[in-house]
Structures are given as C-alpha cells and as structure tokens.
Design a protein around this ligand. Structure first.
Ligand code: RIB
Ligand code: CA
Length: 312
C-alpha cells in the first residue's frame, strides 16, 4: 500500500514531539517534511526541537524547515508555562546535528503542493496556522491541490484552554485560522473536546517507560513534565495528549467520532478572539466545512501510540 504523503506543521512542544515520533514510526505515512512555526516557544526553538525529535527517532534525513516567526496580525503568544523554557523540558537531549533546510517552510509547502499530484498531500498542522495560511495566501492555486487538512485546534463543549473561549493554536493566530477554515479544503479537526479524553494517566506513562527504549524513556519523561500544568489546572488524572490525535486519526480513523459541521473563527472580539464557533446542533444555515471530532477510544489510542513508539 502506498504510504500517505504528509507535511507536519508544528510548534514542538512535548505533545507535538510525540505526534512526530508516531508519524515517523508508522510505515503507512511518508513524512515529506516537517515545517516549524512559532507557537509553544519561539521559532528558533521549535525549529531546534523538531530536529531533536527527528534525531531521537533515528531519522536525521527528514527535512525540517523554519517558517513564520510570528502570527499574521498579532504579537506572538507562547506557552513556556506549559512546555518549559526549551519547549521540550522533561529530559535533556543533545543539540541537533542535522541541518535546518535553507528553504522557508512556506515555500516548501507551496513547492511540494505544486510538484506532487493533486490530492496526494495531507497537511497536518499541530500549532498555530500561520505557515498554512501564508502559503494559501501567497499561492492560492495550491489550495485545491491539498488532499485534506487534519489539525489539532479549537474547542466547543470544552471551551478554551488559553481564554475561556479559545484554544491555544487558534488563539495565537485567529486570522490564519480564519483563512484555513474558509479555504474549502476538507478539514478534520481534533479540538479540546476530543483531546481532553486522551489523558496521560500514570499507567499510560509507565507503559511508555516499560518499553525500555531511549525513545520510550523520552516520551515518558516529556509526558511526566507536560502533565503537571494540566493536572493542577483541571484536577485530572494526567494531561491531554493533544497533537498525537492528528496522526492517530490518519492511522486509525475509527478511533474517533464526530460530526461534519460548520466552524467559523472569531477574529474581531477581544473577549472571544480565537473562538471556534462550532455549529454542533446545526442551528444556522452555514454550510458544514469541518469534521469536528468529539469522541475517541482512549485505550485504543494509547495502545496504538505505545506500540508504534516501541518500534523506534
Ligand atoms: O492547545 C493545545 C495545543 O497548543 C497543542 O498543539 C499544543 O502543542 C499547543 O501547540
Ligand atoms: Ca502543538
């Protein structure tokens, strides 16, 4: 079976790192490249962290590109309070030796979509949508060539994690999200409503550690670190492992359930900036534009994730 071609757009971040590892461990996927964006931490660190993860996976040949270092129209908001100063706190890993690609991430996205057959490339944004929106604005002809966008972002019944109304990825760059959600590209959205159901419980973290591998130890260390903030905030048994839901969907879509609904992005209001206004009950005539997930088989998700991480 021909592997599915994907571009991962990311702001590592421990959960991004686990998503990247899951993708690199899975032969069903061909990671054409990893494009980095400012988000959890500034761009210099997300571009460093993506390479740290590739080298941890033993895949130094995966091309990594630096993209936009700030949102389209706002000041950058980062999340060191969750991810630590490095963005990958929890374990000390060597500085990357693999080079950053000279091409800008936006140009890589544009050139890949122009060069590859229409409908063969899936975009997997795990952070603010600045790179994707910039590519769509700079080269509108590539929009119709995208097979699908599967992204982590937004929230409905779970509200927001950055403001009461907004989830971080959308909050950081609402204008970029508005462009992507209005682009017409088939969208699959992994919002907080589903990611809050995949919690890194103690048993699940120990399952990573029990792999007895360097990668398993790193994932256990990252999730140990990453969970402290969310456990204090939500009083939950573990932290939501947001970004790997995107890759798990590509590998096992049946783990997830949701609805095809209309989702629009608030960009005008200061109070609700970055809110994903999800018409879950179809109370408006607005046409559906996104498969918005709400349910997940959490045990199945962690079984898949742990088995695949164990392959690295
Ligand atoms: O709100 C969670 C999202 O914001 C995740 O993608 C996390 O990595 C941060 O980017
Ligand atoms: Ca992320």
């Amino acid at each position: 079976m021909t592997p599915r071609k994907i571009i991962i757009d990311t702001d590592p971040g421990q959960d991004d790192a686990v998503a990247i590892l899951l993708a690199l461990a899975s032969p069903e996927l061909e990671v054409l490249g990893i494009t980095c964006v400012a988000g959890n931490v500034p761009l210099a660190l997300t571009a460093r962290n993506a390479r740290v993860v590739c080298e941890l996976a033993g895949r130094p040949a995966v091309p990594v590109f630096a993209g936009c270092d700030r949102p389209l129209a706002r000041d950058l908001v980062t999340a060191e309070y969750v991810h630590g100063k490095s963005g990958l706190d929890g374990i000390a890993l060597p500085e990357p030796e693999m080079p950053l690609q000279p091409l800008h991430a936006v140009d890589f996205i544009i050139e890949s979509l122009r060069a590859l057959p229409e409908g063969t490339v899936t975009l997997c944004p795990l952070g603010p949508l600045t790179n994707i929106a910039t590519a769509f604005t700079r080269a509108p002809e590539i929009v119709s060539r995208v097979a699908e966008i599967v992204l982590m972002g937004g929230g409905c019944f779970e509200g927001g994690n950055t403001t009461p109304a907004a989830e971080f990825n959308i909050y950081v760059d609402p204008e970029a999200a508005d462009i992507v959600f209005k682009s017409g590209v088939p969208l699959v959205v992994m919002p907080l409503d589903v990611t809050h159901r995949v919690l890194t419980t103690r048993a699940r973290i120990e399952g990573f550690r029990a792999l007895g591998t360097r990668v398993g130890h790193a994932v256990a260390s990252w999730t140990d670190f990453f969970e402290r903030f969310d456990m204090a905030k939500y009083g939950s048994d573990g932290a939501p492992l947001h970004d790997p839901c995107v890759i798990a969907y590509l590998l096992a879509p049946g783990l997830f359930q949701g609805r095809h609904i209309n989702v629009e992005i608030e960009t005008a209001s200061a109070l609700t900036r970055g809110m994903t206004v999800a018409d879950w009950w179809h109370v408006t005539p607005r046409p559906p534009n996104a498969m918005f997930m709400r349910e997940v088989d959490a045990d199945g998700f962690f079984a898949l994730l742990t088995e695949r991480i164990g392959r690295l």
